[in-house]
Ligand binder design. Sequence first.
Ligand code: MN3
Length: 188
Amino acid sequence: MIKLPDLPYDQDALSPHIPKSLLEFHYDKHHKAYVDNLNKLIKDTKYEDKDLEYIIAESSGPIFNNAAQVFNHAVFWNSMTPDYTDPEGPLEAAINKSFGSLDEFKEKWKSAGTQLFGSGWIWLVQEGVDLVITPTKDAKLPNEGMPLLVMDVWEHAYYPRYQNRRPEYIDAFLKVINWKFAAENYDE
Ligand code: MN3
């Protein structure tokens, strides 16, 4: 039985960038639906008592899609914070080395998010000493490296608030991006 993880903040905590109406809908409806679907799909299968990481690694098709979406959304909630602060220390140095500056990172992130066609995710990934921006389609996770944070660019992530203006949603995400979470995942 896979559980819906708690949101790490109140549903209105990211307002006005990610308003409560958007977060509520995204978490209570979409994320919960992936959890419910997954539990139905794994009932009476070899995955029933396994943890999410195992299911993602070993499954395919609808079970993989729902399991990966459960995982990706949990990372996504943690990739945002009501208490934005710029990256510091080793993570800041890695951003400057890999992207030139924080502003250049933001431009590249926005460009990657805008250019991803259809539904998917934009990941900040550590590959060795480098940071890279990796887009993935649908429910997929990056094939290599350590994900530091992720942004949901499925239409359901922004349409109710931003309609077709995905770049505006990405600007909003960048105002609440959780660099402390990324730093926790970053291996110096
Ligand atoms: Mn979503």
